[in-house]
Design a binder for this molecule. Sequence first.
Ligand SMILES: Nc1ncnc2c1ncn2[C@@H]1O[C@H](COP(=O)(O)OP(=O)(O)OP(=O)(O)O)[C@@H](O)[C@H]1O
Length: 477
Amino acid sequence: MSATVWIIDDDRSIRWVLERALSRADLETVSFESGEGILERLEQDQPDAVISDIRMPGIDGITLLRSISERFPMVPVIIMTAHSDLDSAVSSYQTGAFEYLPKPFDVDEALSLIQRAIDHGREQRSSAREREAEHAGENAEIIGEAPAMQEVFRAIGRLSHSNITVLINGESGTGKELVARALHNHSPRSGGPFVALNMAAIPRDLIESELFGHEKGAFTGANAARQGRFEQSNGGTLFLDEIGDMPADTQTRLLRVLADGEFYRVGGATPVRADVRIIAATHQNLEERVREGSFREDLFHRLNVIRVHLPTLSERREDIPLLMRHFLKQAALELSVEPKILKEDTETYLSTLPWPGNVRQLENVCRWLTVMASGREIHVNDLPRELLEQEEAGSTAGSWQEQLRDWADRALKQGKHPILDTALPEFERVMIETALKHTGGRRRDAANLLGWGRNTLTRKIKELGMDEHAEEAPQED
Ligand SMILES: Nc1ncnc2c1ncn2[C@@H]1O[C@H](COP(=O)(O)OP(=O)(O)OP(=O)(O)O)[C@@H](O)[C@H]1O
């Protein structure tokens, strides 16, 4: 590809010499008698290099150079002058000139200098493009250097030529939807739609019509026919999140659809065909659900063709600093502010926390810090209280067993018995409240943290009379 050089000199003979030499070297030239209007032209079009005189009527070469290197740093500028004094050489370098060329010059020397400037500019532009591409990738891609994440990336790579069903396993907030999107984007169906549906987020009696659509008048409120998510994802991917929460009758229907490739809208009589790739995800242990009888075994096998497991954030602590930098940068962009920087001990402290809400929790903390931290640098003291308390809890004087012993001692001395009747419910209440705090009120996840089934937790909450506060907690997502 031919390069273009702009020549700026008030001396016609110099312009002529350079034009001839450059065109013999197959370079395009555009000549100017002065620096006037050059910046405006650069807005529209940029040459591969500029070679400019210093002393000219109107705007001088150094002033021009300064503006070019500020506003168009990718355009290399060579400065030439007949007055080859040290001052102008120094100031041209300081102002950002690529090279300094004293007049009179040897034409070949000038040519090779221009050639080098062109190559240098091209290199700079291409590495800037690479950096941009990397950055763009970062936004859409999944961050992770931990071995368990490398495993996930390898799976995405290996699956990129197939439309096979995938089951993603991982706790809430570990990035299941992000991975599902990546699987879709790197698949032969990337041109088709990606449709996500969370089983836990829709009321049970609406799941079927949400999935398969309905005909007009199929039920009260169905005022018009409506496409379901299956039809919407025709030619693309349907992401079924929290598949473990799918009601039994919907499981049966889904199984039939996967076998036949066709289905009926709710209240419909004509079969609808849809070519859909399924990616399912769950935080539950589906094998266990199958053993319990709450998940169909045949559907499980149909979905469990390829399994991708996402680690919890605490299983890949080495990624925490990377993720935090990424989220701080992202939050700063969203809020149009300068990105905050974590002090080293803040970063170390944050890397040791348990992060029960995984990457989502980390992302929210970074947003919070971007808004709330007063300075540019984030100190440990700037962290939200609940994150600081996690460490303090470990360092309070006396273990909880010792404190409990004291409490039991005091209660018995005061004649308060049977003491277990008071202590056991209190113990459970504290455990439940804390687990719920860790999951932002999500009971299913809290049950996991406690080591209970969800039903047990619901029963305990009722028994302990904690239900009246539950209304304020965020709904399951
Ligand atoms: N590895 C990662 N790199 C960058 N961002 C991530 C990564 N993992 C998760 N995130 C971000 O964290 C948030 C939560 O991720 P996502 O919604 O995919 O989790 P999930 O496992 O599907 O959660 P849930 O099961 O609760 O729906 C999203 O904003 C996502 O972009």
